[in-house]
Design a protein around this ligand. Sequence first.
Ligand code: ADP
Ligand code: MG
Length: 379
Amino acid sequence: MAELTLRGIEKAYAGLAVLHQIDLNIHSREFVVFVGPSGCGKSTLLRCIAGLESISAGEVRIGGRDVTRLEPAERGVAMVFQSYALYPHMSVYDNIAFGLKMQKEPKAQIDAKVREAARILQLEPLLERKPKALSGGQRQRVAIGRAIVHQPQVFLFDEPLSNLDASLRVQMRIEIAKLHAALQATMVYVTHDQVEAMTLADKIVVLNKGRVEQVGAPLELYHHPCNRFVAGFIGSPQMVFLPVQVLAASAEGVQVSLPGGARLWVPVQAGAVAVGAALTLGLRPEHLAEQGGGDAQFSVTAQVVEHLGGETFTHAMTADGDPVMVKGDGLSRVAAGHSLNVGVVGARCHLFDAEGVALAHLRHYTEGQLPPLPVAGVG
Ligand code: ADP
Ligand code: MG
């Protein structure tokens, strides 16, 4: 297994730039997920790594080797696509063996590789079947098997689960995580689904309009998004954004006024922030408490309440007309029309400047060191 390095990757189609100065270090055995909205350049970047697209500038290195000008087959990568692209007239066995046969590998060696891949992917009972007699998940496993037998240095996945229904997707997601653990392979995985990114990745690369917005471990991006784009993209339901005004700034952080006038200290580096400046406050729905409490509260009116059984999503609005989502547990008694005094904890909040850049938290939270959420009846 190998490390993968991208240096200054640029890609343009007919003069129109779609990737801008992409620099990335992917360690050997790392599971890296490229995530971002549709059209941001995820597939293009993956195809540049695979050699299926030429790059306008930059360098691709795999295992310390400059592969920038090598053909796809010479790069030591294998790619799995959203469309499984299996040969319908061939059995599962022959589909998996096909690439090796084309490379004229000895039959016994092919057989050993196909059977090992089938074992890993639990396809052994299905080897004689044709693709039409397989479920979507099984077909995708065959497509992965086709990649495995090439023993690539790097696996490349482009939205491999997008054609599957929701429950199968969750199941296959777990299969892919297990596969990564079993193969100990370097994997680069493209998805527009932030839940897939959060659950699979060692490291997430958030892309937007052909640029890297942030690179980091899933919980690092969740707790410390570097800007408003990442804050809004990572986390489901989405972070709530409220316009706020700065009341005070000190070494302790920045004090802002909540809707309705309550004051809240957010422990971030004030930097050049001045009193009176307009900022955006970011609040995660799961950090808002419908029962009040915390460091400060503000009033919202519930508009639509979704009871999902285990959790409750309350779509509400502030007196200023800004939308707020509050995530509560399954026992929530909130109903449309109710007025709520929502509690917030300053240390769980985010502040963004006029350009959308996050003010750095004074304390870097890792799991286990997070400030407690609001407690009912306090404050
Ligand atoms: P994603 O995979 O993130 O949805 P893509 O990498 O497919 O996005 O596309 C990135 C951008 O490049 C889009 O604006 C898309 O229209 C453009 N693009 C992709 N492939 C081509 C192509 N072959 N010719 C011209 N433009 C392309
Ligand atoms: Mg794509």
